[in-house]
Design a protein around this ligand. Structure first.
Ligand SMILES: [Cu+2]
Length: 154
């Protein structure tokens, strides 16, 4: 009986993550689940997050582009002298074989001067530009306003 119950739970977990999981491939790069957060009316900025697995030689994420904002920058959040600081970076290094996470509290894509509010459940297109692998268009999924992680189950 216990086994049956566990089986059900597993199936349910798989279904729920399949429903929201999305990934994109560019050469040896795999981009996992680009996501952002819903914004309050009038909000001017938002962060976008994703995970990159590099199965090839060292590469670098140089920039991101999107129509939802007037400006798009790569940022890093870091503790400096006990204060959380955010600064623009020229790129995000992707060492060979590495898995690099753009996530709240670390590297992220900063959408500045949003042209429209981001609504939960919708997606928007974003283009990622890499030094060696070239360019890929991904869909960024807009999660709930308070979302901390893109995947509910991870
Ligand atoms: Cu930022």
């Amino acid at each position: 009986m216990k086994k049956v119950l566990l089986g059900w739970a597993g199936a349910l977990l798989m279904c729920s993550s399949l429903a929201i999981a999305h990934d994109f491939t560019l050469g040896k790069l795999k981009i996992d689940h680009p996501w952002s957060r819903a914004t309050a009316p009038g909000a001017k900025v938002a962060g976008a997050f994703l995970q990159i697995r590099n199965g090839g030689d060292a590469d670098e994420l140089l920039r991101a582009e999107s129509d939802v904002a007037a400006r798009v920058e790569l940022h890093e959040m870091k503790m400096a002298d006990g204060v959380m600081q955010m600064k623009a970076v020229k790129g995000v290094a992707l060492p060979a074989g590495a898995e690099v996470k753009l996530a709240p509290g670390g590297y992220h894509v900063m959408l500045i001067d949003l042209k429209r509010p981001l609504k939960e459940g919708e997606t928007f297109p974003m283009t990622l530009v890499f030094a060696k692998s070239g360019t890929v268009r991904v869909d960024v999924q807009i999660e709930a306003m308070g979302a901390k992680e893109g995947h509910a189950g991870h």
